[in-house]
Design a binder for this molecule. Structure first.
Ligand code: SAH
Length: 186
């Protein structure tokens, strides 16, 4: 019955993104969410996929080629620079997977300052009713600092403008991931 965290993240995006829209994968990693978003927006939509690691960009590129996707821009830069790449464009939704790239260098992690800067930029571009979904992994070194700062930032968002949801399983051991989703109301 209850959806797992990754399924629920996808469900939220599927429910709020329309075909033909422009969307953002802020941490493309191995490209799973990029492919997922590419499917939802369809051939007339577009996905902007960011990652700071060459390895992540390369594996996402490989996945896109093998699935014959042409509606994605791969951007090898920090998501904190989103405003340099996407201007005056309405965004239908966005996803972040926080933490480190699985099976890779655990010292290359998302960090609160850039995560918050990126979310802030996306919120200015987001459509009314759009969602920014973050999957928060915080079991690694540095993860708890990011979680704390991100929660502090989201707590002060005006409830007249945004709904902020937390979704996760509170009886799981070992720092289970959870979702923080922001809905733009106006
Ligand atoms: N922990 C998740 C995966 C997280 S992947 C899981 O287990 O499934 C996180 C990705 O974010 C990595 O590929 C990493 O290179 C990327 N990343 C880290 N900082 C970033 C930044 N500032 N901008 C864009 N991507 C970033």
């Amino acid at each position: 019955m209850l959806k797992g965290v990754l399924n629920y993240a996808h469900y939220l995006l599927e429910e709020s993104i329309e075909k033909g829209e422009k969307v953002i994968d802020a941490t493309c990693g191995n490209g799973n969410d990029t492919l997922f978003l590419s499917n939802i927006v369809g051939e007339h939509g577009h996905v902007y996929a960011f990652d700071i690691q060459e390895q992540a960009i390369a594996s996402t590129r490989k996945a896109l080629i093998s699935h014959q996707r042409t509606n994605v821009s791969l951007i090898h830069d920090s998501h904190s620079q989103i405003g340099d790449y996407i201007k005056k464009t309405e965004i239908g939704g966005a996803i972040f997977n926080l933490g480190y790239l699985p099976k890779s260098d655990k010292s290359i992690i998302t960090k609160a300052a850039s995560t918050v800067t990126a979310i802030d930029s996306i919120l200015t571009l987001l459509k009314k009713g759009g969602l920014v979904v973050t999957v928060v992994y915080y079991g690694h070194k540095g993860g708890k600092d990011e979680k704390k700062s991100l929660l502090a930032y989201l707590l002060q968002l005006d409830q007249k403008e945004y709904n902020v949801l937390r979704y996760g399983f509170i009886n799981q051991k070992n720092d289970p991931p959870f979702i923080l989703a922001i809905e733009k109301k106006i």
